[in-house]
Design a protein around this ligand. Structure first.
Ligand code: MLT
Length: 257
């Protein structure tokens, strides 16, 4: 395994029990999990990181899926935790898949929420790299504005999400966009993930279609697929109860219950 610089990742923990790390997507921060985490903290030690360039974590180059996965492993080291149930939304899911490949011995269960194993197409990759340049030149508002309505199927949540994304610096957005553009195709790796997996999709997700979730669930050896009606790209905010229940089910399967 290549040596990578471990980014300093800000995180906080809530509750006690089986370690459960919840990773946010682009260009958000750990607070998107607050409502869901509150429903889990009496049964789990919930660990909430801010990915590099998001929330309170600085950008530490290189930002890649692998370096972010190593950053999550470094949090486990700091907390003295050997194995974790790891779940991530969208870009957070890309990081979780990188973690599963780089640190399989530390994974007790895997949650993939509104995410995909597929890499960017060449066209998408070019568009993302151009968008990263534009964001660096113009600032973070274009992304915050355009994504606020795409991230949720609940229009009343858009303003809060825009406010949240406005706190993510342009440099953090650009680094994450480059990391997503360069991420590896993980479809062929899924059959090697033997731990219990939860694949969750919002049927109203306009960023990542439900087919990506169905494909992952079919390729993972021990997956449960949960599809949420009327829910968009942010089930942890749009449907915290259903999200917490699904994650509790994953925790139980990871404990062999
Ligand atoms: C995310 O929600 O994390 C990103 O939009 C995912 C992506 O653009 O691939």
């Amino acid at each position: 395994m290549e040596e990578l610089k471990i980014p300093r990742i800000h995180y906080l923990t809530r509750g006690q029990g089986t370690p459960l790390m919840l990773v946010h997507g682009f260009p958000l921060n750990h607070t998107i999990w607050n409502e869901t985490a509150a429903l889990l903290e009496d049964q789990a030690q919930v660990i909430l990181p801010d990915l590099p360039g998001h929330g309170q974590s600085p950008v530490v180059e290189p930002v890649t899926m692998d370096s972010m996965a190593d950053g999550l492993a470094a949090i486990l080291d700091a907390l003295g935790i050997e194995k974790v149930v790891l779940a991530g939304q969208s870009m957070g899911g890309y990081v979780c898949l990188a973690f599963a490949r780089r640190h399989p011995q530390r994974l007790a269960g895997l949650g993939l929420v509104c995410t995909q194993a597929a890499a960017d197409s060449p066209e998408k990759r070019q568009a993302r790299l151009a968008q990263a340049e534009q964001t660096l030149a113009e600032g973070n508002q274009r992304v915050a504005e355009s994504m606020s309505t795409l991230l949720t199927n609940r229009p009343e949540m858009a303003a809060g999400l825009k406010h949240l994304m406005s706190s993510t610096p342009a440099a953090g957005m650009a680094a994450a966009m480059r990391a997503m553009a360069e991420r590896a195709e993980m479809g062929d790796f899924l059959p090697q993930i033997s731990v219990p997996a939860l694949v969750m999709a919002g049927l109203a997700d306009v960023i990542i279609p439900v087919e990506r979730a169905r494909e992952m669930a079919a390729s993972l050896p021990d997956a449960r697929l949960v599809e949420l009606e009327g829910v968009g790209h942010s089930p942890m905010m749009e449907a915290p109860q259903a999200t917490a229940e699904a994650l509790l089910g994953l925790l139980k399967r990871a404990q062999g219950a």
